[in-house]
Design a protein around this ligand. Structure first.
Ligand code: SF4
Length: 381
């Protein structure tokens, strides 16, 4: 029997739980959808294969897990969170044991790289231990995405020693007033730039990356200045096209700055040479500086140059929902299994079946695109 109840911490969305012990995949929940609503299924239909691998129905193998460890953030970026956002109750957020268990199971199903995300992962007091334990589950690479407001040379060194391979920062403006207006945070832009500089001196396995979301009318006039960060510290400055995942649902094409235009603007000050993608499933199209200055510039262009065809990513949210695609309207709830005594095989099977449901692409420019209810901060990028 299926019991439906209104989920108190998300406006209007329904969760269904199977009563009694989890008995295996047969049920799909289909509800009349309100626009943009996510459907939380109890169990995905069985995938038509028994391979212990995360594969979707379009033949793409999952090798990259984005593991959100909190939905909380100390910033309220204008393209992401509302100022009065309510966060999940703590008891809905995965424990460190659950995080480690899912990471280990995903590696056993073919995941090679794990990225810890948020919200802002550094707001978790047990982050050091999470890095230590997740770095030992057998993945080839462990990365962290942060807004850089709560890290310094000491913490970066500590995380590196605990097993962190790579780090990615977010910074959308170098102007103190605009940084404050875009992040709606009490942290100065200097604090974040200092963290980036400190990270560039730590021997991480890969280049320090810095992401900026470019929004027309907000920070599009700063792309060359931001590219200057790459030249100053020898890091990789990546520019992300604004995507419809914002809490205020203010996204429209007029606010999008296409990657081609961003390249043109940077090239006008720092001539660039195209360097392609480091691997087929990489999200970034890279450029190097024509004058040989160290550092790289990357374009993440999901709207104008989608890269869904080679997508190898799967996401697990901080409340243990499997989101096969960033823009999924379906997500699959692992928490009843994790907290209901299910064994590793059951959970692995669940993830295999959930992955099979992954949509072909985001469909942002298709006529029937619906923005997911979950915002970027509750997905984890
Ligand atoms: S939109 Fe979905 S399918 Fe496309 S790259 Fe992102 S996660 Fe992959």
């Amino acid at each position: 029997m299926l019991l439906m109840r209104r989920d108190p911490d998300t406006s209007g969305r329904f969760d269904g739980y199977a009563i009694g012990k989890f008995t295996g995949p047969t049920m799909i929940v289909s509800l009349p959808l309100i626009s943009g609503q996510c459907r939380t299924g109890v169990t995905p239909a069985p995938a038509p294969h028994d391979t212990p691998r995360l594969i979707d129905s379009h033949g793409r193998a999952i090798r990259d897990l984005r593991l959100s460890i909190t939905d909380r953030c100390n910033f309220r970026c204008v393209y992401c969170l509302d100022p009065d956002t309510r966060f999940m109750p703590h008891d809905r957020v995965m424990t460190i044991d659950e995080i480690e268990r899912l990471a280990r199971l995903c590696v056993s199903l073919g995941v090679e790289k794990i990225r810890l995300t948020g919200g802002e992962p550094t707001v978790r007091n047990d982050l050091d231990e999470i890095i230590t334990r997740v770095s030992q589950v057998g993945a080839k690479d462990l990365a962290l995405t942060t807004n850089g407001s709560r890290c310094d040379a000491n913490s970066l060194r500590r995380w590196r020693d605990a097993g962190l391979s790579r780090i990615t920062f977010s910074i959308d403006s170098l102007r103190p007033d605009r940084f404050a207006a875009m992040t709606r945070a009490k942290v100065s832009v200097e604090t974040v730039v200092e963290a980036i500089e400190a990270a560039s001196r730590v021997d991480f396995d890969g280049p320090v990356k810095v992401n900026a979301v470019v929004v027309r009318g907000w920070n599009d006039d700063e792309v060359a200045d931001l590219a200057g960060l790459a030249r100053r510290y020898g890091i990789e400055m990546r520019f992300i096209e604004f995507m419809p995942l914002d809490a205020s649902r203010a996204w429209d094409e007029s606010r999008l700055v296409p990657a081609a235009e961003i390249v043109e603007r940077i090239h006008a000050r720092f001539p660039l040479v195209a360097a392609g993608r480091v691997e087929a499933s990489a999200t970034s199209l890279d450029y190097v500086f024509a004058d040989g200055t160290p550092g790289r510039v990357g374009m993440i262009a999901p709207v104008t140059r989608p890269f869904c065809g080679e997508c190898s990513r799967l996401r697990i949210t901080a409340d243990a929902k499997v989101r096969p695609c960033l823009f999924s309207l379906d997500e699959w709830d692992l928490r009843p299994l994790l907290r209901g005594g299910a064994g590793d095989d059951e959970i692995a099977r669940f993830m295999v079946d959930a992955t099979w449901t992954k949509q072909r692409g985001h469909g942002i420019r298709s006529g029937d695109f619906r923005q997911p209810e979950r915002t970027m901060s509750a997905i984890g990028g």
